[in-house]
Design a binder for this molecule. Structure first.
Ligand code: ZN
Length: 96
């Protein structure tokens, strides 16, 4: 996978982005203050259009450009729409 596929993955100021409040090594107690679950990055790449989509919070449901796959659940759960073979999951959990 070429790096430019991830061009949407820039840490711009987005108050809903959990990465603005915590780091990957933040403890569960620190995360709960901000209502953040156990998933650090909840995203997927569509194999058809190459779009990288990421769900930032619990109700952030996102489709890729071509509408083949979708992600949802933010830091709480990795909900997916579309076929598994059409996507590459990009999921990282908090260390602790
Ligand atoms: Zn797509």
């Amino acid at each position: 996978m070429k790096k430019e596929t991830y061009k949407n993955e820039c840490y711009i100021a987005n108050e809903r982005d959990v990465l603005n409040y915590v780091t990957k090594s933040s403890t569960k107690k620190q995360r709960r203050k901000f209502n953040i679950g156990d998933i650090f990055i909840n995203g997927a790449v569509c194999k058809k259009c190459g779009d990288y989509i990421r769900s930032y919070h619990r109700y952030d449901f996102k489709w890729c450009k071509c509408g083949t796959i979708a992600v949802d659940g933010g830091s709480w759960y990795c909900k997916r729409n579309g076929e598994e073979e059409d996507r590459i999951d990009v999921i990282e959990k908090f260390i602790k």
